[in-house]
Design a binder for this molecule. Structure first.
Ligand SMILES: Cc1ncc(COP(=O)(O)O)c(C=O)c1O
Length: 364
């Protein structure tokens, strides 16, 4: 079977460096909030092009803590996309704020600025663009929607490490941005991890306190917080991974371009990057009105695929209060049609060819 992803293959070429990095932390005897986390925070802030980075325990926590750091919680609304994955909603809801869904642009499968504009109420405090699949949202259009209002932008960059909107990296547009370092992400740890980035030093200080029980120093707690810290071993691993990020990213982009130029089938439409977008090819997504049959055909040909995501938020049992069926038609259509093909750094060329052949011979 051609795997959808292969983390062992991705880690193999740098196994010695990863092992040494972990060993160094084990021998240091210091496991939580030490030099590795501080160094990674500095390096990742530079990578994004933001002034501050605060390491936390996951991407979901990063969403929660970023919003808390901006004073968003009970009685407030945060607008995000109906086709996002559940943790975006879980992170917002964990603050006590109400997630409010908006529909997506069918070309980018990211937040539709017009739908966002119509979802704004006096309670709206933030919009959370999700750069789905590593394709940036239309940040200029979204910024125009909130201009002149007391509404901030908090980007969900869990899938968008290194992706650019008009040559500027995702994560550097809003008041804050959240990142996930879940192992399958473009920058992935060997376990859970996440980060908040922000240009505002005061927000960064609040977030630093919030991730550690709201503690400013040893016995001084100006506000309630949570326990959500990136640990030293994961930070050390991420520092090694960051050194190889550009190479891994170039491989992803080359694979994406190979698919773009070779997939030719009237029943299968790859997403076309917008002219202002430099996607990071986190996921290679095609649409087909016969998605399930396409997935079965690929499976019969020995190719593993995934669906990100089959059910929009408002049709999940847990979140039915956020919208009736047909409330967000573009999101619903996309969820019924999207299919992610295998794409990862180190994917063998023969496997790429097999995927292309199999996609091109599909007919419903
Ligand atoms: C769009 C999006 N937001 C948030 C998250 C949450 O990240 P984590 O799994 O690190 O909590 C993920 C990852 O699963 C994601 O893809």
């Amino acid at each position: 079977m051609i795997p959808f992803n292969d983390l062992r293959r991705q880690n193999q070429p740098i196994l010695d460096e990863l092992t040494q990095a972990a060993l160094k932390v084990i021998n240091s005897g210091h496991f939580v909030l030490g030099d590795e986390v501080r160094s990674f925070e500095k390096e990742f802030a530079e990578f994004v092009g933001a002034r501050n980075c605060i390491g936390v325990a996951s991407g979901t926590d990063a969403i929660q803590i970023a919003l808390m750091g901006l004073g968003i919680g009970h009685g407030h609304e945060v607008i995000t996309a109906a086709n996002t994955c559940v943790p975006t909603i879980a992170g917002i809801a964990a603050t006590g704020a109400t997630p409010v869904l908006a529909d997506i642009d069918p070309k980018t499968l990211t937040l539709d600025p017009k739908s966002v504009a119509s979802a704004i109420t006096p309670q709206t405090r933030a919009i959370m663009p999700v750069h789905m699949y590593g394709h940036p949202c239309d940040m200029d259009a979204l910024t125009r929607v909130v201009n002149g209002k007391e509404i901030t932008i908090v980007e969900d960059c869990a899938q968008a490490h290194g992706a650019e909107y008009r040559d500027q990296r995702c994560g550097s547009f809003g008041a804050c941005a959240s990142f996930s370092f879940y192992p399958t992400k473009n920058l992935g740890a060997l376990g859970d991890g996440g980060a908040v980035v922000t240009n505002d030093n005061e927000t960064a200080e609040r977030i630093r306190a919030l991730r550690q029980y709201g503690r400013a120093d040893a016995y001084n707690h100006p506000s309630p917080g949570v326990n959500s810290r990136l640990d030293e071993i994961q930070a050390a691993i991420l520092r090694v991974k960051l050194l190889y990020f550009d190479d891994a990213s170039a491989q992803r982009c080359a694979l994406g371009e190979r698919y773009d130029s070779s997939i030719a089938n009237d029943w299968v439409s790859p997403l076309v990057p917008s002219k202002w977008a430099t996607p990071n090819r986190h996921l290679y997504v095609v649409r087909s009105p016969h998605r399930d049959a396409l997935q079965e055909h690929l499976s019969r040909n020995g190719i593993a695929t995934q669906v990100h995501y089959p059910i929009p938020i408002h049709l999940l049992e847990a979140y039915r209060e956020f919208g009736k069926p047909d409330a967000f038609p573009e999101s619903e259509r996309a969820c019924a049609e999207v299919l992610s093909l295998p794409l990862y750094p180190g994917m063998p060329g023969d496997d790429v060819e097999s995927v292309i052949q199999a996609v091109n011979t599909f007919h419903p």
